[in-house]
Write a protein that binds this ligand. Structure first.
Ligand SMILES: *[C@@H]1O[C@H](CO)[C@@H](O)[C@H](O)[C@H]1NC(C)=O
Ligand SMILES: *[C@@H]1O[C@H](CO)[C@@H](O)[C@H](O)[C@H]1NC(C)=O
Ligand SMILES: *[C@@H]1O[C@H](CO)[C@@H](O)[C@H](O)[C@H]1NC(C)=O
Ligand SMILES: *[C@@H]1O[C@H](CO)[C@@H](O)[C@H](O)[C@H]1NC(C)=O
Length: 956
C-alpha cells in the first residue's frame, strides 16, 4: 500500500525539481498525480503557489512572435505611415530611419522600406498617412503620473491620490481610483502621451501599488481595459505554470512629504520602511522554507501556504519582481534609501524628483542591483528645501556619469500634455539629443519594464506612435497624429500642418562650465551679477529690436544685411555702442566708428562683446507669481507671507485700521535664486502682488529682478503699480459676496467718502488713474466684471482701466472684452482645466486652430502673457519666470504665423506694463543682448543686460 504512494511522491518531487530547473509546464505532470491521504486538500494549489515563486519576471522570450497585440481592438484599420523621419530608439537613441511604417493588429509590422507585395495584400483597406518627411517617434511615456487619481478638474470629493491611513500601506492600489473620465486624457494624448505609470501620491513611506495605463478610450470604458500587462495579483489569480510573471510597480517616498503627513521625521519614515521590509523578509523566508518542504515532498503537517494580502507586494519586491519607484529628493534621503536597498536586497527602478542625484552619482551606483534611473523635472523647483539645490543641468551631469535620466510630469504638477517640452528643456540645458528624446520614450518604457513593447519604433512593438510637425526637440513641436494600439487618436490632422516649423534640433551652446559650477557649488552657484561696464560695444549684431510708440509696440530698427551667422566675421554684422546704459549708435560698423574710436582723452577702452549673429531686444517682464516675495515658497520663514482675506474668518487686526491696504513693495525680498535666474534669462523686471488666498486687496509693485536690495540704483522702477484683487469659486466665500464687496467699492459715489488706504486706491481706480487687476478664470465671473465696469463708468463718468489676469475662459468673451476695452494677461499660455471654473479651455493645436491668445488678438484685445498661471491645485511657482522668452516664442509658434516676433516680445513686456499699471518710458526700459540668435530662440544665450536706469551694462 505504501510503496506505490512513495513512488508517486518521489516521481512528483522529481518532476517539480526538473520543472523548476527547466521552467517546464507542470500541468500535465500534475494530472497524473493522485493525492496522498495525508497531503492537504489544496495540495495542487500549494504546488502552484510554490512553483509561481520561481517563475521568471518580464516578457517571455517568444513575446515578439505574437500574431497580434493583446490590446488589438477589432476593426482597427491597418495603416501605412509614409515618408517619415523615424526616431526608433535603437542604438542608444541615435538611429534615425527614413521610410515607412506599417501598423496592423495593434502592432508595428514593418519599419523602413516595405515591399509592395506586403502592401498589396491589404488592398483598399489600408489607410495611408503621409508624414511628408516629418519626424515620427514612439508615443511619449510618463513614468510618474497621477492622471485619473487626482482629478482634473479638481473636485474635492473625488481625489484619490493619497491615503492618510498609515505610513506604510503596500496593499493600496492606484488602479482602484483611476477615473476613466478625467479631462486630461484627450489633452495629454494631444501632446503625444500614450502610456503612463499611475503612482499613488507621496504622503506615505509606502504609498501603494502603481499601474501602467494606456490613455486611449477603450470599447469597454473601464479602468481595467486601460491597464497594460495587468499583473496576476490584480485579482489574486495564479499565472499559468509556464508563464513569465508580469512586472508590478510600487510607490515609496522619503523626506518631507511623509514627515508632514504623519507628523514625523525622516527617522520615522525610515523606521517604517525597515519595519515593513523586515516583516516582508520574514514572510518571504516562511514561504521559501515552506516551499522547500513541498519541493522535498515533506507534506506532513504542512499547513497553509504562508501569505498575507497586506504584505505580499513587498515580498514580491524582495523577489525582484516589482519596479520600485521612490520619491526622493536630497542626498540624505537618496543615501538612506540606497542603504535600505542593500540591507534588504531589492533593486530600485527609479528615484523620482531626484533633485540631488546629480550630486551623488556614486551613491546611486551603490544601489542594490544597479543604479536607479533619475526621474526629474526640467525646471520645476525651489518650492521646498528638498528642491532648492535643483540644477537644470542635472540631466547632462547624470548622463556624463553613465546614469539614466527620465523626464516625468507628476501630472498634473506639470501638465503631461507637455511632457515632451520637459525633454526639450533638458536638451536646451545640455542633455544630449539622443538621450533627451529617449528620456520621455524608451528610457521610461524600460524603467517600467515595458520596453519590450513600447518606447521604440520596432517591428513587433505596440503601434504607439506620434507624427510631429517639427523635430521633437524643437520648441513647440506638436503632434500631427497620435496612434495608440494602431488607433488614430486625433480627428483633424490638418490643424498644425499649416505652420512650417523647425525640422532639426536647435543648436545648443556648450554648457560644460555651467554644469561644472552646479556640482562645484552643490546646486547653488553664485547668480549675482559681478561684472558691469558703462561703455560697451556689441559686435556681430544681427537684429536690433526696441520698444516704440508705433506699430505693435516693439519694432526692428536694424537688421544686418548678411543673414548667415556662420559666416559672421569681426564687425561684419551690425554694431551697437552703449554709453552709460543707453545705446548711442546702432548700425553697420562704418556708421558707428566715431562712437567707438574716440579721441576724448579721458575715455577708457570699451568692453567688446561679440554676439556672433545674436540680437538686442527689449527685456521681458514677469507677472503671475510672488517672485520677489519668496525664496522657497513652502517655507514661511523665507517668504513675505500671506495678506489677510477681508472676507475671511481672520479679523484684520485693529492696528491696521479699517480699509487697510498692503503694498507688495514693503515685503520685497531681493536676490532670490528665481529672481536672479529670471534676470539672467532676460526677464529683468517683475510686477508682484502680495501673496494671498482667496479675496484680497493689495497694491502691486514693479522691481528689478537683478538688484540685490531696494536702495540700489534702478532696483525699483515703480513702487506702486495697480490695485489687485481676485474673484474665484473658492468654496469659502460665495462669488456673489465677493462681487458685492467690489460693487460697494466701485459704485460708491459720495461726497464724504471714507479716507483710508483702500478707498484712496479705489478713488484712483474709478478716476481711471490706476488699473484694477482682477485674477479670474471663469467666463461667468469675467462677464460680471465687464458689466460692473460699465456700471461704474456710468456713475463716475470716465473710463476705468480693468485688466483680467489668468483669464482661462476669456476666449469665450473675446468680443465683449474688446468692446469693453478690458485687457487680459493670459497665464499660463497653455490652459489646463485644473478647476471647474477653468474647465472651458481653448486647447490650441492640434485640437483647435485658435488659442486663447489668437482669439483675443483677433478681436483686438490688449494681451499680455505670463509664464505661470493661477491655479487652485498648485500655487503659481517662481521657477518658471526664467522661461518667459520660450513661452513668448511658443505662443507665436502655436499661432500658425499670426503672431510675429515683435508682437510676442510686446506681449511679454510692454503690454504687461500697460495692463498692470507700470508707466515707464520706452527709452528707460532694459534691453537684452543674446548670443548666437534672437531672444526667442532657445539656442541663443543671454549674455548682457543693458540698463538705462542703472546706467550700465551687466555682463553675465
Ligand atoms: C548613449 O549616449 C550618451 C550621450 O550621447 C552617452 O553619454 C552614453 O555613453 C551612451 N551610452 C551607450 C551605452 O552608448
Ligand atoms: C518626403 O517628403 C518630403 C517633404 O515633403 C519630400 O520632399 C520628399 O520628396 C518625400 N519623399 C518621398 C519618397 O515621397
Ligand atoms: C485575473 O487577472 C489576470 C491578469 O490580468 C487575467 O488573465 C485573468 O483572466 C483574471 N481572472 C479573472 C477571474 O478575472
Ligand atoms: C566674478 O567675476 C569674475 C570674473 O569676471 C569671476 O572669475 C568670478 O568667479 C565671479 N565671482 C562670482 C562670485 O561670481
Amino acid at each position: 500500500m505504501m510503496k506505490p504512494l512513495l513512488e508517486r511522491r518521489y516521481r512528483h518531487f522529481l518532476a517539480i525539481l526538473l520543472a523548476s530547473l527547466l521552467s517546464l509546464p507542470l500541468i500535465k505532470l500534475r494530472t497524473t498525480y493522485s493525492r496522498s491521504p495525508r497531503a492537504p486538500s489544496n495540495y495542487a494549489s500549494i504546488i502552484d503557489k510554490c512553483h509561481a515563486l520561481k517563475l521568471p519576471v518580464g516578457p517571455p522570450p517568444t513575446f515578439h512572435e505574437r500574431p497580434e497585440s493583446d490590446r488589438f481592438a477589432t476593426g482597427t484599420p491597418p495603416t501605412l505611415i509614409q515618408n517619415a523621419t523615424i526616431w526608433t530608439g535603437e542604438h542608444n537613441g541615435t538611429q534615425v530611419i527614413h521610410g515607412d511604417i506599417l501598423l496592423d493588429k495593434g502592432m508595428i509590422l514593418h519599419v523602413g522600406k516595405i515591399h509592395p507585395d506586403i502592401l498589396q495584400l491589404y488592398g483598399a483597406e489600408l489607410e495611408i498617412s503621409d508624414a511628408q518627411g516629418k519626424w515620427v517617434s514612439p508615443g511619449v511615456v510618463d513614468l510618474h503620473s497621477h492622471l485619473g487619481d487626482d482629478p482634473s478638474p479638481v473636485l474635492s470629493g473625488a481625489s484619490d491620490g493619497n491615503s492618510f491611513k498609515g505610513i506604510a500601506q503596500p496593499w493600496l492600489r492606484s488602479i482602484d481610483g483611476i477615473n476613466t473620465h478625467d479631462d486630461s486624457y484627450p489633452l495629454s494624448i494631444a501632446g503625444g502621451l500614450t502610456t503612463a505609470l499611475i503612482l499613488p501620491g507621496s504622503a506615505n513611506a509606502i504609498g501603494g501599488q502603481a499601474y501602467v495605463i494606456k490613455l486611449r478610450k477603450t470599447a469597454e470604458r473601464s479602468t481595467s481595459a486601460m491597464i497594460l500587462e495587468p499583473p496576476y495579483q490584480i485579482n489574486s489569480s495564479s499565472p499559468p505554470s509556464d508563464a513569465y510573471v508580469r512586472w508590478r510597480h510600487i510607490k515609496h517616498a522619503c523626506g518631507e512629504n511623509p514627515s508632514r503627513a504623519y507628523d514625523g521625521t525622516r527617522m520615522d519614515t525610515f523606521w517604517a520602511f525597515r519595519q515593513s521590509y523586515d516583516k516582508a523578509s520574514q514572510l518571504k523566508k516562511k514561504q521559501d522554507d515552506y516551499c522547500s518542504k513541498v519541493d522535498a515532498g515533506q507534506i506532513d503537517n504542512l499547513g497553509e501556504f504562508p501569505d498575507d494580502l497586506q504584505w505580499e507586494a513587498l515580498v514580491d519586491v524582495l523577489r525582484g519582481r516589482v519596479k520600485v519607484n521612490t520619491h526622493c529628493y536630497e542626498a540624505v534621503d537618496l543615501d538612506a534609501f540606497v542603504r535600505l536597498s542593500n540591507e534588504f536586497k531589492f533593486p530600485v527602478a527609479a528615484f523620482h524628483h531626484a533633485t540631488e542625484t546629480y550630486l551623488v552619482p556614486d551613491v546611486l551606483k551603490r544601489a542594490y542591483g544597479g543604479p536607479p534611473v533619475s526621474a526629474v523635472f526640467s525646471g520645476f523647483s525651489r518650492y521646498k528645501r528638498e528642491s532648492y539645490r535643483f540644477s537644470a543641468y542635472a540631466g547632462k551631469i547624470l548622463t556624463e556619469n553613465g546614469l539614466k535620466v527620465v523626464m516625468k510630469s507628476d501630472h498634473s504638477a506639470i501638465d503631461s500634455r507637455y511632457l515632451l517640452h520637459e525633454a526639450q528643456q533638458a536638451y536646451y540645458h545640455g542633455l544630449p539629443e539622443n538621450v533627451a528624446i529617449a528620456s520621455v520614450t524608451s528610457t521610461p518604457a524600460d524603467a517600467m519594464g515595458m520596453g519590450h513593447r513600447i518606447g521604440y519604433v520596432k517591428k513587433g512593438w505596440d503601434a504607439d506612435l506620434v507624427i510631429w510637425d517639427s523635430h521633437p526637440l524643437a520648441l513647440g513641436a506638436t503632434p500631427i497624429q497620435v496612434f495608440i494600439d494602431g488607433i488614430a487618436q486625433l480627428e483633424d490632422r490638418a490643424i498644425s500642418e499649416k505652420s512650417h516649423k523647425l525640422q532639426r534640433a536647435p543648436k545648443i551652446p556648450n554648457l560644460d562650465e555651467e554644469a561644472r559650477k552646479a556640482v562645484e557649488y552643490e546646486g547653488l552657484p553664485p547668480l549675482a551679477v559681478n561684472a558691469s561696464s558703462d561703455y560697451v560695444v556689441f559686435k556681430n549684431v544681427k537684429d536690433v529690436l526696441v520698444r516704440s510708440s508705433s506699430g505693435v509696440g516693439v519694432e526692428k530698427v536694424f537688421s544686418a544685411p548678411q543673414l548667415d551667422s556662420e559666416q559672421a566675421e569681426d564687425f561684419e554684422f551690425g554694431v551697437v555702442v552703449i554709453r552709460n546704459g543707453t545705446p548711442v549708435c546702432i548700425g553697420l560698423y562704418e556708421s558707428c566708428t566715431s562712437f567707438i574710436s574716440d579721441s576724448e582723452s579721458d575715455d577708457s577702452e570699451p568692453t567688446i562683446v561679440d554676439l556672433k549673429g545674436g540680437s538686442i531686444s527689449p527685456a521681458l517682464m514677469h507677472y503671475g507669481s510672488p517672485l520677489g516675495l519668496q525664496h522657497i515658497s513652502s517655507e514661511p520663514s523665507t517668504t513675505d507671507g500671506n495678506v489677510l482675506d477681508p472676507l475671511g474668518s481672520n479679523h484684520i487686526p485693529s492696528i491696521l485700521g479699517e480699509g487697510a491696504l498692503v503694498r507688495a513693495v514693503d515685503g520685497l525680498l531681493y536676490g532670490s535664486r528665481d529672481a536672479l535666474l529670471a534676470y539672467r534669462a532676460g526677464v529683468t523686471t517683475a510686477v508682484t502682488v502680495p501673496q494671498h488666498g482667496s479675496l484680497f486687496f493689495g497694491l502691486g509693485t514693479c522691481f528689478s529682478t537683478g538688484a540685490l536690495h531696494k536702495l540700489e540704483l534702478g532696483a525699483l522702477p515703480q513702487a506702486v503699480t495697480a490695485l489687485h484683487t481676485a474673484v474665484s469659486f473658492n468654496g469659502v466665500v460665495s462669488v456673489s459676496t465677493q462681487i458685492a464687496a467690489l460693487r460697494r467699492l466701485l459704485l460708491h459715489k459720495g461726497e464724504n467718502s471714507i479716507e483710508d488706504a483702500l478707498h484712496g486706491a479705489i478713488k484712483e481706480v474709478v478716476a481711471g488713474q490706476i488699473p484694477l487687476v482682477v485674477e479670474a478664470g471663469s467666463a461667468d465671473i469675467i462677464a460680471t466684471l465687464i458689466s460692473l465696469k460699465k456700471e461704474a463708468e456710468a456713475i463716475h463718468g470716465n473710463p476705468i482701466r480693468l485688466t483680467i489676469a489668468g483669464a482661462v475662459e476669456s476666449h469665450l468673451l473675446a468680443r465683449e472684452l474688446a468692446e469693453a476695452n478690458v485687457g487680459v494677461v493670459v497665464g499660463p499660455i497653455h490652459p489646463f482645466p485644473d478647476s471647474w471654473e477653468n474647465r472651458r479651455i481653448l486647447p490650441g493645436p492640434p485640437l483647435t486652430k485658435d488659442t486663447t491668445i489668437t482669439k483675443l488678438l483677433d478681436h483686438g484685445v490688449t494681451v499680455g502673457i505670463s509664464s505661470v498661471g493661477f491655479s487652485i491645485r498648485a500655487p503659481p511657482g517662481n521657477w518658471n519666470a526664467q522661461n518667459l522668452r520660450l513661452y513668448a516664442s511658443w505662443a507665436a509658434l502655436d499661432s500658425g504665423g499670426k503672431i510675429v516676433e515683435e508682437q510676442a516680445i510686446t506681449m511679454a513686456s510692454k503690454n504687461l506694463e500697460i495692463l498692470l499699471g507700470v508707466s515707464g518710458k520706452d527709452e528707460d526700459a532694459d534691453l537684452v543682448a543674446t548670443m548666437g540668435s534672437g531672444l526667442l530662440d532657445p539656442s541663443s544665450r543671454v549674455v548682457s543686460i543693458i540698463s538705462p536706469r542703472g546706467g550700465k551694462v551687466d555682463l553675465l
